[in-house]
Every structure is written in structure tokens, then in C-alpha cells.
Design a protein around this ligand. Structure first.
Ligand code: G6P
Length: 609
């Protein structure tokens, strides 16, 4: 999604704006731009299609010296990713950067054009500066014009405004998309998140839904949606939140894959008392697991697959009926929900628009709500009754890796807690399962040592145009996740299937050209999966088998490659089997030379529908 930065500074800001935008690159974008006030009054813009290096090249040729400015990375929704559509959008009175969607832009545009405003772009965003410009043309001061404009907008957005002739004022507004205010020494900042502000300040306040803010070098005046002046707490953002360095890795995704032993350990330590072999949830919950009639799990993308694994766990360990759906379907299905229901939302960013809308629906329907989120200050976290944080640290690679396995770690802990509370798991079961989770970081570290072999295999996969992933039970969501990872970053077409569905369609595709990746730990379903592998082998399909030693010994089919995983209890198999599919996708993409951390067309945080 788009990234926003604003600086009311003491030295030329253009370089700082671009640096901050680089820290927001992870959100995904396809054009970028900055605007400053030169000599304190005159508005100057530099914009460029594509990556930030193009904007930097433009700035090198045509530098800017202004001490105040706004910047933006745009992820195109309305209008192609051209320079003309890149932000900031400007009139003679105001420049604006915008994240999100202005849903009623067509009406506003028609109204403003009828009043004589002249639009320069195809974007929904431009309605905003045009309306502010019109109000200012009627004699309104900047803040008044913005306040009036905000009341006319529908949709989810964050905005930052810069006004020629006002060299000590930037206005920001938040509705639906996050925006943070940063306090410096005689300087003030606005940014889409604390990461953007990291080099400048660690004193940050997050605007609440509907807030807008006037920042000057000396102060920030925050208003709520009724325009009343309000205070929002200033938090000191921890150094850990700023760890967005790539270290020695070529890509953030590689770094994040390798961080998994550490961050999973961190996350589990938050939910388990390992010495006492018991689950200890960090937050007292307003609901009682024992009294729940149903669990609804709602999420998008990779987080949805984490939820799908959790469905198996909650059903098995807690005998709790689980319904799961992708948020974009759930919210519009408006499903009937039982009185004693818990709705659980899984989201790395905590800002995904469909997931948030589903949360709001469930709240309105009287469900208990809880979220598994990586960003504790996010909207989904703040609006949920209970928060179960993943402690994965900032995830920068667009393709989710460490957040996924941390989500699984949290969900496994919750399923055990539910199982105990509902009397399905005995104390001995709990001890066994908690110990299995305790061993997980070490197991993950062992799996990472398989990387050289997987890298070699990736050369073969890179030659394919289609890849099929198969799995059964909790390995089925891992097959789905493996296919998603591969298509996201290598652009090779991949599909994940429940192995038992092979005969119902995908078997027609099997030939020598299509590798079939089979995720098959030696569990109670292993024999069934072996039958499916035989069906593939009989048709000349090339199998990549990911299994453990017992599985490798028992499989009895010829494979292109067998990845032998450490033996692991069933509970933790999904977490450790996630790694080979992550590494396979990563190395395939590296061979293909794609933009691994920022794959085309994708965004890290999808704050629009
Ligand atoms: C985007 C990201 C995915 C992510 C999904 C859900 O599609 O590219 O990696 O799984 O959104 O995001 P969330 O922040 O809600 O987990």
C-alpha cells in the first residue's frame, strides 16, 4: 500500500523524505514523489514512475532545498502508475499525498468540475486537493478547508497536506489507514508508521480513527472527527521496532526466514511457561473457552493459511467447531453467528481492510473478538477484545515468512489452552504438547541447514512454468502456502491442493514438465499421501517429496528430490514444513532474478478492498 511521510524540518528535507520512503518500500509501490516549499513559499514537486532510484535520479538533476515537505510511494489503484498520477497531487494552494481510497471521488469530481476546478489526473486522490483548493479559494484558512473537506470524503484513507506560503504547517488526517506523528527537536514528522520515522525520532503518537493533526516545528495539535482538540498518548518506540536493516542478507525475505528460530522462541516465551510445561496466555480473556459454541477464524492471504492450520488444532485438541473463511468473503456473506461465539482474526499488519471490516461485523453481531497480530498498535489490535501478539518483529519482505510461523506458534498455544479449558486435553497432553512447542526453535534451526540442498533444487523448479503442491491434514494448508509463496515471488504458476482432491481434477495436468511438491510428514495420513504420489509417478510426474526419515524410507516412489526433515511431533510439523517451501520459493525467485522483497503488483499491507 502507499506510504506517507511529512517533515517540518530545520534543514533541507528532500533527502530525508526519500530515506523515509525507502523504509516504507516494504509496503509495495509503483511510483513515488516528493513536494517541498522552496524559499518557504513556492511549491516544487519531483515525481517518478517505478522505484525510488528513479526519483533519486530526478532529484539529483533537479535538487530541492526546501525545509518542509511531504513524500509518497504510490501503489496504483485508480489510474496507471505514471508520473502524472504519482503523488503529491497539487493545485496552486495545496499539495496532497494520499493512502487508501476516496470512494465518492466521482461525485466530488463532478461537483468540483461544475464549480470550475480543473483536474489534472485520473486518480481518486485528486478530489482531495481540489476540494481543499476550492474552500481556500472561498477564503478559508488551510485547517478550516481541510476540516470541511474531510467531512465530505467517504472511504478509508490517510492524508498529508502541504500549503504554499505556509512554511510551518503540514496537516495530516487518518481514517482507516494508519498515520503516526513523530516529535523531534524543533522538527515534527508524519509517517505511515514508526518505521518511516525511525531515523528521526522514537517519540511517536498514533492518530485515532477520524483524527486530523496540524503539525508545526514546535507543536502538534490533534483534532478528533468532530474537530475538537484532543490529546493522544506519545509512546517511545522501542529500538527493536526499528530493526529494519538487511544485515548480511541479500534480501529481507532471506533475513526473515533465518530469524525464525529466534522470533518463534520469543513468541512462544510469551505464551508458554516452559519450565512448568503449561500454556500461560498473556492477556486475561473476557471469554471462557469452555463456554464457546463456535470459533470463527477470519484472515487474508498467508494469515488465512495459518488460520486453516489452526482449524485442525482447535477441532482436534478442543473439539471446538471452527468455521474459517477469507475475510473478503466472510464480511459480505454476513454469516449468522452463535451467541457464545469467538471470532479470531489473524493479521500480520493488523490493518488489512477486509479483515478489519469482518472484525467490526463480528463485534456488531455480539461475538467475542480476539486477534493474532504482529503490529500491536494496529487498528485490528486496538479494536479487538483480546490481543495475542506475534513477536516476529517488523516483517519487511512482502511475502510473509516469519510472521506466518509466529502466527502458527500463537495459534497452537491458544488451541492447547482451549483444549485444557474444555477438558479435552489432559494435563499430560498439555505437558507433551508444550514441550513439543518448546523444542520448535531448535528444530527450525536444523531445518535451515537444509538450505544448500533446497537452493540446488530451486534451479530445477525455476525451469518449470507450473508447479503443484499437495498435502493432507495440517500439511494441506502448508501446500497452499507453498504454492502462494512460489507464485508471489517467482511468478511461476503454482497451485496447492488437498492430496485427496488430486483425482478430482489436477491429475489431468500431470506430465514430465510439472514438478509436484508433496508435503508429507510420516503421520497417520502418510499412507494415503503415498497413494497419491504413486498416481503422480505412474503418469510420469516429477515428485519433490518433503518428509522425515521414516517417510523417506517408506515412500517407495522415485523422486526428483527428497528433502528429509527432522522427526517432529505432529503438532509442530506445520511450522517446520513451512520452511522448506519458503526457502524453495525464495531461491527459485533469486534464480529467476525477480524483485524478491517487493514482487510486482503486491503490497505488504492491503488497506483497501
Ligand atoms: C498481503 C500480503 C500477504 C499477507 C496478506 C494479509 O497480501 O502480501 O503477505 O498474508 O496481505 O495481510 P495481513 O497483514 O492481514 O496478515
Amino acid at each position: 500500500m502507499c506510504g506517507i511521510i511529512g517533515i517540518v524540518g530545520l534543514e533541507p528535507v528532500a533527502g530525508h523524505l526519500v530515506d523515509a520512503l525507502k523504509r516504507l518500500e516494504y509496503r509495495g509501490y509503483d511510483s513515488a514523489g516528493v513536494a517541498t516549499l522552496e524559499s518557504g513559499s513556492h511549491l516544487a514537486r519531483r515525481r517518478a514512475e517505478g522505484k525510488l532510484r528513479n526519483l533519486e535520479a530526478r532529484l539529483a538533476k533537479e535538487p530541492l532545498a526546501g525545509l518542509i515537505g511531504i513524500g509518497h510511494t504510490r501503489w496504483a489503484t485508480h489510474g496507471a502508475p505514471t508520473e502524472a498520477n504519482a503523488h503529491p497531487h497539487a493545485t496552486s494552494r495545496v499539495a496532497v499525498v494520499h493512502n487508501g481510497i476516496i470512494e465518492n471521488f466521482r461525485e466530488l469530481r463532478a461537483e468540483l468540475e461544475a464549480k470550475g476546478q480543473v483536474f489534472a489526473t485520473e486518480t481518486d486522490s485528486e478530489a482531495v486537493p481540489q476540494m481543499v483548493d476550492w474552500y481556500m479559494g472561498q477564503g478559508d484558512a488551510p485547517a478550516t478547508a481541510v476540516a470541511k473537506t474531510l467531512k465530505r470524503l467517504t472511504g478509508a484513507f490517510a492524508l498529508a497536506f502541504l500549503f504554499p506560503g505556509h512554511d510551518d504547517l503540514i496537516i495530516g488526517a487518518r481514517r482507516g489507514s494508519p498515520l503516526a506523528v513523530g516529535w523531534g527537536e524543533g522538527e515534527m514528522f508524519l509517517g505511515s508508521d514508526a518505521i518511516a520515522l525511525a531515523p528521526f525520532t522514537d517519540r511517536v503518537a498514533y492518530l485515532e480513527e477520524g483524527d486530523w493533526v496540524e503539525i508545526t516545528r514546535a507543536s502538534a495539535t490533534i483534532h478528533d472527527e468532530t474537530d475538537a482538540v484532543v490529546e493522544r498518548p506519545i509512546a517511545i518506540v522501542s529500538a527493536a521496532a526499528f530493526q529494519v536493516d538487511r544485515g548480511n542478507y541479500r534480501h529481507f525475505m532471506a533475513k526473515e526466514i533465518h530469524e525464525q528460530p529466534e522470533v518463534i522462541g520469543h513468541t512462544l516465551a510469551h505464551f508458554l511457561d516452559l519450565a512448568g510445561s503449561t500454556v500461560r496466555l498473556p492477556n486475561p480473556t473476557a471469554f471462557d473457552w469452555a463456554k464457546l459454541d463456535r470459533l470463527s477464524i477470519v484472515a487474508c492471504g498467508t494469515a488465512y493459511y495459518a488460520g486453516l492450520v489452526a482449524k485442525y488444532w482447535f477441532e482436534q485438541f478442543a473439539r471446538l467447531p471452527v468455521e474459517i473463511d477469507v475475510a473478503s468473503e466472510f464480511r459480505y456473506r454476513e454469516p449468522p453467528l452463535p451467541k457464545n461465539g469467538l471470532a479470531l482474526f489473524v493479521s500480520q499488519s493488523g490493518e488489512t481492510a477486509d479483515t478489519l471490516a469482518s472484525l467490526r461485523y463480528c463485534k456488531a453481531e455480539g461475538q467475542h473478538t480476539a486477534s493474532v497480530v504482529n503490529v500491536k498498535t494496529s487498528t485490528i489490535a486496538r479494536e479487538s477484545e483480546a490481543i495475542f501478539p506475534t513477536l516476529a518483529g517488523p516483517e519487511i519482505g512482502v511475502a510473509s515468512t516469519k510472521a506466518f510461523t509466529c502466527q502458527l506458534s500463537v495459534l497452537a498455544s491458544l488451541a492447547i489452552a482451549a483444549g485444557r479449558a474444555r477438558g479435552v486435553l489432559t494435563r499430560d497432553d498439555e505437558i507433551r504438547l508444550v514441550r513439543a512447542l518448546g523444542d520448535l526453535p531448535g528444530l527450525i534451526a536444523r531445518v535451515l541447514r537444509l538450505e544448500p540442498k533446497i537452493e540446488k533444487l530451486a534451479r530445477e523448479i525455476a525451469k518449470a512454468t507450473d508447479v503443484l503442491y499437495l498435502g493432507r491434514g495440517s500439511a494441506y494448508p502448508i501446500a497452499l502456502e507453498g504454492a502462494l509463496k512460489l507464485k508471489e515471488i517467482s511468478y511461476i504458476h503454482a497451485e496447492g491442493y488437498a492430496a485427496g482432491e488430486l483425482k478430482h481434477g489436477p491429475i489431468a495436468l500431470i506430465d514430465e514438465a510439472m514438478p509436484v511438491v508433496v508435503i508429507a510428514p510420516h503421520d497417520k495420513l502418510f499412507e494415503k499421501t503415498v497413494s497419491n504420489m504413486q498416481e503422480v509417478a505412474a503418469r510420469g510426474g516429477r515428485i519433490v517429496l518433503v518428509t522425515d526419515e521414516r517417510g523417506a524410507a517408506a515412500a517407495g516412489v522415485e523422486t526428483l528430490e527428497t528433502i528429509v526433515m527432522p522427526d517432529a511431533p505432529d503438532l509442530v510439523a506445520p511450522m517446520i514444513y513451512a520452511l522448506p517451501v519458503q526457502m524453495l520459493a525464495y531461491h527459485t525467485a533469486v534464480f529467476m532474478g525477480t524483485d524478491v522483497d517487493q514482487p510486482r503488483n503486491l503490497a505488504k499491507s492491503v488497506t483497501v478492498e
